[in-house]
Design a protein around this ligand. Structure first.
Ligand SMILES: Cc1cc2nc3c(=O)[nH]c(=O)nc-3n(C[C@H](O)[C@H](O)[C@H](O)COP(=O)(O)O)c2cc1C
Length: 201
């Protein structure tokens, strides 16, 4: 990059910036990129939801998040592994759209590694008796009262492992949009076809 070219007019610098924002989001709870929208489904039933970004791996073009194995999206992803992720950072004025192929990890080495790093309080999510989206006659968290009050041991929390899933999102393309008063900029990084180009915003 030369001194006269700002980062947002240099495709290599833009890619660096995107990955630095994804890396930061994994560590920093306050980062806007921490909670992207994950969208999946089929032609007649598409759905988006917020997830927490848990890992970014530029060398393998993978980002990942955790889920309950009983979530409706697991069946959707088994039928169609194509999905999208959407990020927006208001201060940076950057939107990032990912097209991804999803790998569902359940009771394997990937889940073992991630589960070992989950905190006591996060494990609560995986201890609900019935899966997310199950209908209930009453307003409920789905948890027994003692679990709601975090009154469980690490050993008891191991029960949640059977529901714990890691969704690895293998990135096929990245689209970046930067909003600037003097003129927006948009670029596409087609990872699959190793092609990068500017787009009209
Ligand atoms: C801030 C926030 C973070 C969330 N993180 C996750 C997550 O990491 N994984 C997940 O499966 N659901 C997460 N959820 C819940 C989902 O948005 C969604 O409600 C849930 O997964 C059930 O819908 P689904 O089965 O269609 O995905 C989060 C919700 C919010 C508001």
């Amino acid at each position: 990059m030369t001194d006269t070219v700002p980062y947002y007019e240099d495709l290599t610098e833009i890619k660096k910036k995107i990955w630095s924002m994804l890396d930061k989001a994994v560590k920093d709870r306050g980062s806007p990129f921490r909670i992207p929208v994950f969208i999946c489904g089929d032609q007649s039933d598409l759905d988006g939801r917020i997830v927490v970004l848990r890992k970014s791996d530029q060398s393998n073009n993978i980002v990942q998040y955790h889920s309950d194995f009983r979530s409706d999206k697991i069946e959707k992803l088994k039928a169609n592994k194509n999905a999208a992720m959407l990020f927006y950072d208001k201060d940076e004025k950057i939107q990032v759209r990912l097209k991804v192929d999803c790998i569902i990890n359940h009771k394997n080495d990937v889940t073992k590694e991630s589960w070992s790093k989950t905190q006591h309080i996060s494990r609560k999510c995986y201890l609900v008796d019935n899966g997310p989206g199950t209908e209930s006659e009453i307003p409920t968290s789905g948890l027994k009262p003692e679990l709601d009050n975090f009154d469980y041991t690490k050993e008891q929390s191991e029960e949640g492992y059977k529901n714990f899933t890691v969704i690895q999102c293998k990135i096929k393309s990245i689209e970046w949009l930067y909003l600037a008063a003097k003129g927006h900029r948009r670029a596409k990084f087609d990872i699959q076809n190793k092609k990068e180009n500017w787009l009209v915003p």
